[in-house]
Ligand binder design. Sequence first.
Ligand code: NAP
Length: 253
Amino acid sequence: MDLGARIAGKHVVVTGASSGLGTHFATLCARHGANVILAARRLDRLEALAADLRRAGAASATAYALDVTDADAIASFVAALPEAPDVLVNNAGISAAAPALDTSVADFDAVTATNLRGPFLLAVETARRWRAAGRGGSIVNIASILGLRVAGGVASYAVSKAAIRQMNAALALEWARFGIRVNALAPGYIETDINADFFATPAGEAMVKRIPMRRLGRPEDLDAAFLLLATDAAPWMTGVFLPVDGGHLVSGL
Ligand SMILES: NC(=O)c1ccc[n+]([C@@H]2O[C@H](COP(=O)([O-])OP(=O)(O)OC[C@H]3O[C@@H](n4cnc5c(N)ncnc54)[C@H](OP(=O)(O)O)[C@@H]3O)[C@@H](O)[C@H]2O)c1
């Protein structure tokens, strides 16, 4: 089965497309002929990416400034889309690495507003458009293996990703009857801006040794799972929380 071909011609919203995995997912979709809608706060980076993707032959690539912690901005963003998208990729996310005892209220709120409330509101606004148009669609929530297990120093992040796991299930349950599939991709560790500092430390190097495959992931390690969830390749799949992690979740205790 050619998973890439199934995203061709689709309209795909990717939040957090200005760096890391979001840039990668948007580029993957565009390379396979999708129309990509890029959203994040750093509009300059999105516009540069959109121009690159158009030069490389993307069907279309459009950039929108969006802060996913701003509920009004989310409603305006979804309303401003020229047509209801086929796929929403809830990818924007932050971490606030700190022991729980040192986590400020502001940091906890920023992590949960970005990683949980933002994806929830984007999913709801997008589902409302789908309902109004009498059609369904696919939502891919980018969670993390930290939604299933814990590591030290990232309590607020792990809490937000575990909550995404339940959000994913709850929305899948409510919206399956409308033809809206809701699935989560839960990556293991892949070096991006969110964690590059950590992997430069001895603790980061030690963590890589605990991954059964003995290496960090590469963005392209996620491609098949991402396309499976995003497209209609698996039309009866919803509510799934799919880890792709080099075996990290099954590492020995
Ligand atoms: N890398 C990993 O090992 C890993 C593993 C598991 C899960 N993940 C998840 O993958 C997703 C992408 O992370 P990444 O590794 O690619 O990190 P990254 O390179 O730091 O990218 C994070 C993206 O989120 C956007 N973002 C942050 N706050 C935002 C806000 N308030 N509004 C809109 N966009 C916002 C950023 O764009 P702006 O700053 O321009 O807004 C950026 O594009 C996150 O949900 C992360 O939790 C990553």
